[in-house]
Design a protein around this ligand. Structure first.
Ligand code: 5AD
Length: 428
């Protein structure tokens, strides 16, 4: 739940609080000093991130109120389905799921393999309906800053692997903080993902400094820095980071071994589980369409993501990159991606499902399609343009030339057209 509109604290119990959003009550973790009942705060991923003055909060709520309820109506109308009128032949699976409220592996594979346009249309409509029932029109919009494209790993799918000939860059702590500050002051971001390759130039001390300074801006600090040590992640939690994005990439340990030389799936999963134990809000997931991947592997990827109990599902299609070992392996189809989003929505009705840049790279309409197939979260790239084009995880990445203003404008227009409330960024 990412309604980053001001929430009023109505009850406090040790380190948790009940907050009110236009009459809807939610439980959050209190992660701020000196807050009391009646105060207004912003929360992200169920954690408070910043206190707001009462008059400022009431002003923002006044502006939002009307828009918010208008948007809700649009979203509800778009998400309506006639449960009794689903095509019988195609989607009895959906009816079974609906009755049982659980989904089995063979049902997931059936949904993943649907390819008739009419069947897929119904699949997405039902998934969107589930999203709407669970989340209302809330949509998380986080910012992402890709602060270094150095990586010590040799992953054969990745355009930043240590064998690739790319111009490398590193942003200094001051540059990272200035980029974050601009995102907060100008665009009102409330959650920032700090992403890089696995770059040991940023040692414990450097990362602690960066996390502390970004956290001090009043945002949720979301790390995406790869398989660094548990000790480091612990220190960064203490420094104020509260969320971590770390994909396991594939649930098939054989494929994993081949594509990530020198590392194992077990180690990766062990770290991901530790992050949750440390208290991090977890985002995890996989790539779709890696070589030798079967539909059953894909279903296993979804089920493994679910078993890790993440707050956010982050997955996207593999996309080939020139110069890598997989340069001639084809990316998966947008249909497969959309089916995967919908299947995830049934597996985890209340999860946040991220619409990723790799999805966007596949087709120009994919953002809208993904949001109407069960996805409810987005990220806006805040990396300075001069660096962004060098962060070439894969070729033809969408949005490498797009200004932040343009990205925000397009995102809000899209979300508004679907009745979603992009409350994590300023009202436009
Ligand atoms: N295509 C799509 N996604 C990729 N990633 C890395 N390389 C590729 C590629 N060629 C993803 C990985 C990684 C994330 C940061 O980017 O899943 O976890």
């Amino acid at each position: 739940m990412c309604y980053a509109i001001p929430a009023k604290i109505v009850k406090i119990d040790d380190n948790t609080a009940i907050v009110d959003y236009f009459g809807e009550e939610k439980k959050i973790l209190l992660d701020l000093e000196n807050v009391k009942i009646g105060d207004y705060i912003y929360a992200q991923g169920g954690i408070s991130v910043r206190k707001i003055q009462e008059d400022e909060a009431e002003e923002i709520l006044k502006i939002w109120q009307e828009t918010f309820f208008e948007l809700k109506k649009t979203d509800e109308a778009l998400a309506k389905i006639d449960q009794n009128n689903l095509p019988k032949n195609a989607l009895h699976v959906l009816q079974n799921i609906n009755l049982r409220k659980t989904i089995k592996k063979d049902e997931i594979t059936t949904l993943l393999d649907l390819n008739l346009t009419e069947e897929r249309k119904v699949l997405y409509e039902v998934a969107n309906n589930v999203r709407q029932k669970e989340h209302g029109n809330a949509s998380c919009v986080h910012g992402i800053i890709e602060f270094s494209n150095y990586c010590q790993n040799g992953c054969s799918y990745c355009g930043l692997n240590n064998q690739q000939k790319v111009t490398r860059y590193r942003m200094s702590a001051d540059e990272i903080v200035a980029t974050a500050q601009h995102a907060v002051d100008e665009y009102e971001f409330k959650a920032l993902v700090l992403q890089s390759g696995e770059d040991y130039f940023y040692d414990d001390a450097k990362l602690i400094e960066i996390v502390k300074r970004v956290r001090a801006l009043g945002v949720l600090v979301f790390l995406s820095i790869g398989s660094r040590s548990k000790e480091l992640y612990e220190k960064l939690y203490d420094a104020g980071a509260r969320a971590a994005l770390l994909r396991f990439e594939t649930s098939n340990s054989e494929i994993f071994k081949q594509l990530r030389p020198g590392t194992t799936l077990d180690d990766r999963l062990d770290l991901i589980k530790s992050l949750t134990k440390m208290g991090y809000i977890l985002a995890t997931g996989f790539m779709l369409g890696l070589p030798d991947e079967t539909t059953e592997d894909l279903a296993n990827n979804i089920l493994l993501t679910h078993a890790l109990q993440p707050e956010m599902y982050s997955f996207g299609p593999f996309i080939p990159t020139k110069g890598t070992a997989l340069e001639s392996h084809q990316s998966s189809s947008i249909e497969k991606v959309l089916n995967t989003i919908a299947a995830c929505r049934f597996v985890a009705p209340s999860g946040n499902i991220l619409l990723t840049t790799a999805m966007e790279t596949l087709s120009p309409t994919s953002k809208r399609d993904a949001l109407l197939a069960g996805a409810n979260s987005m990220m806006i790239n805040l990396t300075p343009l001069s660096y962004r084009k060098l962060y070439n995880i894969y070729d033809n990445r969408a949005g490498i030339d797009k200004s932040i203003e343009k990205s925000i404008q397009e995102t809000t227009e899209l979300l508004y057209s679907l009745g979603r409330a992009p409350t994590d960024i300023g009202l436009n």
